[in-house]
Design a protein around this ligand. Structure first.
Ligand SMILES: NC(=O)N[C@H]1NC(=O)NC1=O
Length: 170
């Protein structure tokens, strides 16, 4: 864990290495946020990552959404998730689902992708298997614009929890 002063004095390349996956597979976010140093508080660091997301065009937001792996999907089965995503999926209990739950989630993920053209994203650490299935069933009813916004808001929650694993306030 790093303190905020340590984050402020990190060499640029180390900052990008340390924060390069707080938004899944998006080193560009870390490259942008590193220029906003120094931070007074941990919350300010989170805010800058969130601002990075808010400043993106719709097309760029779609790239971010599409960089996320499906929950309980093919990459999870193959063990090819990022280490962060592996832990998040585990925390929701997705590593222990039965065959029926897996086929429900997979079918709902496919239906969602077919409708919207990007994967269903939810902050796994704030959910369990049933609330994820419920989310898949309710959010499919939304418009594409609503889901781009909701997906990016979930990316923000994931991002904040990943930062809290790296930095402490004091
Ligand atoms: N599809 C999806 O929501 N994936 C993400 N959710 C999460 O908490 N970690 C992820 O990789």
């Amino acid at each position: 864990m790093y303190s905020v002063p340590e984050v402020n004095s990190m060499p640029d390349d180390r900052f990008v290495w340390v924060f390069g996956n707080v938004i899944e597979l998006c080193e560009d976010a870390a490259v942008w946020v590193k220029k906003k140093r120094p931070f007074n508080r941990l919350a300010d660091l989170c805010t800058e990552f969130h601002k990075y997301l808010d400043n993106l065009s719709v097309e760029e937001k779609l790239v971010i959404l599409k960089s996320h792996p499906d929950l309980a999907g093919r990459l999870a089965v193959l063990g090819e998730l990022t280490k962060e995503s592996t832990e998040e999926q585990k925390s929701a209990g997705l590593d222990k689902i039965n065959a029926e739950q897996k086929s429900i989630i997979n079918a709902c993920n496919e239906r969602y992708k077919l409708k919207f053209g990007f994967p269903f994203i939810i902050c796994a650490r704030e959910n369990k298997v049933q609330s994820i299935i419920d989310g898949l069933n309710s959010r499919i009813l939304n418009s594409r614009d609503q889901e781009i916004e909701t997906g990016i808001n979930e990316v923000k929650k994931i991002c904040k929890l990943r930062i809290l694993d790296i930095v402490n306030e004091n």
